[in-house]
Write a protein that binds this ligand. Structure first.
Ligand SMILES: Cc1cc2nc3c(=O)[nH]c(=O)nc-3n(C[C@H](O)[C@H](O)[C@H](O)COP(=O)(O)O)c2cc1C
Length: 424
């Protein structure tokens, strides 16, 4: 991961052409929002975890991130039953026959493993593609879930080729199932870019603007654009997506990675018939990188977009309520979890909720909005840090606590007076 260099990125056009000069609240949101109400339990003394995002009500901010935990009816039902605030299904496209997965498609990085399979998993790489299940089947399951859980939030994740009619058809078909919102996968780092899909669009602001234009002209439910971290400045495509009509952005998808080389066979992992391809990195190891990307998007959104109407869904390495609190402190409205669910199961939402509530109680926060974005103000430039530190040292010196020189000894208690010498 540390070796990921920007020269690896296949950016067709320079994103820097998009140096828009936005002022705050330039983009009032149109009313493409469905006010479906989730009846959150009345809580007396407990902190309230419920959130309202782009008009969608959720009992808590925890959302299943697109991937294996949202791949079929059974697992999505399980997520609702366990109490997840929302579910984003595995990404679908029109023609699943074009999606051909390989095995193995996962590789794991373990801490203190020393070659054993017992160390804690801290990094997860996948070369899995989007859903290879027939679209018809997935649509039937979305419909059934919405019939059985009308008040719960189900979000379809979609991806298509560079073809306006195909996007329009896919949007129309997923919307007919009654899903509450759409997340656009502009971020899958492997396989799909070869078909000008996924990250190939998210890394190219001109292409992204055009495709977002098609999507938002067609969609009648809120649209979130899921961004790739495999780009120099993630705030640029996020800005393009929001200014092209999307109600929200989600970040991050996986980080392009090579998991390792087998030192016996000299072949890369995961090894498919002796060969491999760079994949997407997730889990705990990516959390600090995700925080950095989310911070950068949140700063841009705070200065250019109305926070009432535009949302941010943070993803990357969440396994504890504290991980989620960090994303919310940066400005996230919701927090997605994918690999964490694969490793710890759907019951993880209970632990996440308890830990987030503990954090809130500690600070006397009663709602998510009480602390959302509270830490964003403490990010500044390095130059400003230098200035602040120089100022602080100047002030501390001016106060000059304690004994400064031999002439200050009074003779009344040498021990006490000498202690004051170290307190500065
Ligand atoms: C096995 C696997 C499959 C994934 N498939 C998808 C997908 O189909 N669509 C998508 O938008 N993201 C997909 N993702 C990315 C996750 O939704 C998420 O953005 C990323 O893994 C980082 O979050 P995490 O650390 O909580 O997993 C996948 C991730 C994994 C591990």
């Amino acid at each position: 991961m540390a070796n990921l260099s920007m020269t690896q990125l296949k950016t067709r056009n320079s994103a820097s052409r998009f140096s828009f000069n936005f002022s705050k609240k330039v983009y009032p949101r149109p009313s493409r929002v469905d006010f479906k109400v989730f009846a959150s339990e009345g809580q007396v003394s407990e902190p309230d975890l419920s959130v309202k995002v782009n008009g969608l009500h959720m009992p808590n901010p925890f959302v299943i991130g697109s991937g294996p935990p949202g791949t079929n009816y059974t697992v999505m039902k399980r997520a609702f039953d366990e109490g997840w605030g929302g579910v984003i299904a595995k990404t679908v496209s029109l023609d699943a026959a074009k999606v051909i997965n390989v095995t193995p498609r996962y590789a794991r990085l373990r801490a203190n493993a020393n070659g054993s399979a017992k160390g804690e998993i801290i990094g997860w790489q996948n070369i899995e593609l989007i859903s290879d299940r027939p679209l018809e089947t997935m649509l039937k399951e979305f419909k059934q879930l919405k019939e059985e859980y009308p008040d719960r939030i189900l979000i379809a994740s979609i991806m298509e080729e560079y073809n306006k009619a195909a996007w329009e058809e896919l949007i129309d078909r997923v919307e007919q199932t009654g899903i509450d919102a759409i997340e656009i996968n502009f971020s899958c780092p492997h396989g799909m870019p070869e078909r000008k899909m996924g990250a190939a669009v998210g890394q190219d602001c001109a292409l992204l603007e055009e495709v977002c234009g098609w999507i938002n002209a067609k969609a009648t439910v809120p649209v979130w654009a899921k961004m790739t971290p495999n780009i120099t400045d993630i705030s640029q495509p996020a800005r393009v997506a929001l200014s092209s009509g999307c109600e929200g952005v989600a970040a991050i998808n996986t980080i392009m990675s090579v998991m390792g080389i087998n030192l016996n066979t000299l072949r890369p992992e995961p090894c498919v018939e002796g060969y491999s391809t760079p994949g997407g990195y997730s889990a705990k190891a990516v959390h600090p990188i995700a925080l950095g990307k989310v911070m950068s998007i949140a700063k841009m959104m705070k200065s250019e977009f109305d926070s009432e109407n535009y949302s941010l869904s943070a993803i990357g390495g969440v396994e504890t309520g504290g991980d989620a609190a960090e994303f919310i402190l940066l400005g996230a409205n919701t927090v997605q979890v994918c690999t964490g669910v694969m490793m710890h199961g759907y019951g993880l939402v209970k632990k996440l909720s308890l830990e987030l509530k503990d954090f809130m109680k500690k600070h006397n926060f009663t709602s998510i909005e009480d602390f959302r974005g509270a830490s964003l103000q403490y990010f500044t430039t390095h130059t400003d840090l230098v200035h602040r530190q120089q100022e602080a040292i100047k002030q501390r010196k001016a106060i000059k606590k304690g004994l400064q020189s031999d002439k200050d000894w009074t003779g009344d208690g040498f021990v006490k007076e000498s202690e004051s010498m170290v307190s500065n």
